[in-house]
Design a protein around this ligand. Structure first.
Ligand code: AMP
Ligand code: MG
Length: 404
């Protein structure tokens, strides 16, 4: 048996990205940039006005109010070549328009009488005011987004500013999902006696989608060696394989044996956590194989704690673990010593603190508590009793509230 931390570090040191692809900028939203990108030109590309107003020579404006002759107009999109602010004159200018020669300040229209032929300035003028200079944001050749950056609207804005129609991002791994068990029927069929719907496959596929990876549903391996061989062989063609059930020590638990027969190298089996103890992890060539326990609560929690960080790493993320923070227990908790216990909780914010209460029965067979939970508390292996008012480590569960 390995500890929770050992399991995570074995997994994270075994997986890496599955290459780079160049895709349309908008499609890259939410993806991780795979290469540093440097600016092909200065931004802004010319000295320009930060306000709608008048381009002036500050030396002409020492006495306020002061009157200047308006000799030109530079709207956005205009070119400033040949336009000069002569002594005693001003050029009407719009925000973003290139500043004309001779000017060393812009006076906002609000500080003038808005004159068309003659303009009166009513406020003091400071040299350099409301001017933006070429390259003040980014200079040509400067790296403005680094590899490993999440592409969000600000990155999309900057990449498009520099004309990057195609961007290099880490490929989305294809994640094969395989359920095992004779009791399973696919969604759409009413389960007969002894049968249950194969809910894990869909829940795993949803969890894979939430990370940004691509789920590929393989189906159900039946509880015999041949079916396991056929389905696992198919699953091993993907970038990642996740199996559910058949990984404990029961009579029909064939997953690990058949994986080994197919050439997978097991790196651990059994982790010191509850739920999720029987989890196994193997590498088949460069394909990581996660064998998760079949109980739906255990499947989802082990995906969350082990598979999700691995997929995020493969997608190019460098911060792959959800942030842990402290929450105060509203009620006492008990556990057995020896294993980390993961408790499904609800969180409320009160007086600047997070308060944790149980989301319902913590039995692993109670699926509903998973739906009610918005966070997981990670109770340390060696402790047994947790009093009301004690602080414990928690993290949110669910991508919609990832960051605090
Ligand atoms: P096993 O590891 O095969 O003993 O399965 C453990 C428990 O999880 C059993 O109660 C199974 O019926 C249940 N289970 C296994 N696979 C699935 C699945 N794909 N969807 C829902 N429940 C499952
Ligand atoms: Mg089974």
């Amino acid at each position: 048996m390995v500890s929770f931390e050992e399991a995570r570090s074995i997994i994270l040191s075994s997986v890496s990205s599955c290459g780079v692809e160049r895709i349309q900028l908008l499609d890259a939203t939410g993806r991780m940039l795979a290469e540093d990108v440097s600016a092909p030109w200065d931004m802004p590309l010319w000295d320009n006005s930060a306000m709608d107003g008048y381009a002036v020579r500050s030396a002409d404006c020492t006495e306020i109010p002061c009157k200047l002759k308006v000799t030109g107009f530079l709207p956005a999109g205009a070119r400033a070549e040949g336009v000069v602010v002569e002594a005693g004159c001003a050029v009407r200018i719009m925000t973003g328009a290139p500043t004309p020669a001779g000017c060393d300040a812009v006076v906002p229209v609000e500080e003038t009488d808005d004159g068309k032929q003659l303009v009166t300035l009513n406020e003091k003028v400071v040299i350099g005011q409301h001017l933006r200079s070429r390259g003040e944001d980014v200079q040509a050749g400067e790296i403005f987004v680094r590899a490993g950056t999440l592409i969000r609207p600000p990155e999309v804005n900057m990449l498009s500013t520099f004309g990057m129609a195609l961007v290099p991002v880490f490929r989305r791994p294809v994640v094969a999902i395989l359920s095992t068990g004779d009791e399973l029927v696919e969604l759409g069929r009413t389960p007969g006696p002894g049968e249950i719907v194969n809910s894990n496959t869909l829940s795993l596929a949803a969890a894979v989608l939430e990370t940004g990876a691509i789920p590929r549903i393989i189906g159900i391996a039946r509880d015999n060696l041949d079916s396991h061989r056929e389905m696992l062989r198919e699953g091993l063609k993907a970038d990642v394989l996740i199996t559910s059930a058949g990984v404990s020590a029961g009579d029909c638990d064939f997953v690990r044996d058949v994986l080994e027969e197919l050439g997978a190298r097991q790196l651990f089996w059994k982790v010191g956590i509850k739920p999720g103890g029987p989890t196994a992890f193997a590498m088949h060539g460069t394909t990581p194989v996660f064998s998760l326990p079949g109980n739906p609560v255990s499947t989802m929690i082990t995906f969350e704690e082990f598979v999700r960080p691995a997929l995020l790493k493969m997608l190019g993320h460098t911060r792959v673990l959800r942030p842990l923070f402290k929450a105060v227990l509203r009620e006492g908790l008990k556990k057995k010593p020896g294993k980390i216990q993961i408790v499904r909780i609800r969180l409320d914010r009160e007086n600047g603190r997070w308060l944790a209460s149980s989301a319902g029965s913590q039995q692993t067979a109670i699926l509903r508590t998973m739906v009610e939970a918005d966070a997981l508390a990670i109770l340390p292996a060696d402790s047994e009793n947790f009093a009301a008012g004690e602080e414990v480590d928690v993290h949110f569960y669910g991508s919609y509230i990832d960051l605090i």
